[in-house]
Design a protein around this ligand. Structure first.
Ligand SMILES: N[C@@H](CCC(=O)N[C@@H](CS)C(=O)NCC(=O)O)C(=O)O
Length: 185
């Protein structure tokens, strides 16, 4: 929404707490959840990101309906949503994979290896390119920036020059700077 300069209100909610107000908006208790003025709710990044981009097509964060470019952008969004986000779960939430605490370090190690495979694919895809599709920043890059930030915090970007450069470019964007300053405050 900051990239598109759309009006919005942020509502902070605690996660993984049964009494969190997020459950009234998204029964799964997950963020993001986008509530529109008429009260309707859109969940899932794979739907929220294209919906927002389509509010201002002239900003070029997505591409025209039916275009190959649009399918390429959505292909990356799907990959990030289904493969990359899920790959962080063993690292961040090993308790969802085993009740045995002694198993958690092994789950984390395996998780790091799996993320490494996905990062290598992204690194190759960004060779000689600033952004994933069409030579401009799109919702695919906006989404990728989040996971590269996570990977950076977990020291998983070592040796991935393209990904480090992508993250640096992403962090230079005024909308990203503003969002991160807001989050930090
Ligand atoms: N498939 C969902 C996943 C959303 C998701 O898992 N969000 C995390 C935060 S990054 C969350 O709300 N976690 C709370 C939980 O797992 O209970 C999407 O892409 O929107």
């Amino acid at each position: 929404v900051r990239e598109l300069d759309l009006p919005y209100e942020v509502v902070k909610v605690p996660l993984r707490q049964p009494d969190s107000p997020i459950h009234q908006v998204n029964p799964l208790g997950r963020v993001p959840a986008l509530q529109l003025d008429d009260g309707s709710v859109i969940t899932e990044n794979g739907a929220i990101l294209p919906f927002l981009a389509d509010q201002k097509p002239e900003a070029g964060l997505l591409a025209p309906l039916g275009s190959v470019e649009r399918s390429r952008i959505l292909s990356w969004v799907g990959f990030l949503n289904s493969e990359v986000h899920g790959a962080f779960r063993p690292l961040n939430r090993p308790e969802r994979f085993s009740d045995e605490e002694s198993a958690h370090p092994g789950i984390r190690t395996k998780g790091r290896q799996q993320i490494g495979i996905l990062l290598a694919h992204l690194e190759k895809s960004l060779e000689d390119k600033e952004w994933l599709v069409g030579g401009r920043f799109t919702i695919a890059d906006a989404y990728l920036g989040v996971f590269l930030g996570w990977a950076d915090r977990q020291q998983l970007l070592e040796g991935f020059t393209q990904l480090q450069n992508h993250l640096a470019r992403y962090r230079e964007r005024p909308a990203v700077k503003a969002a991160q300053a807001y989050e930090a405050a």
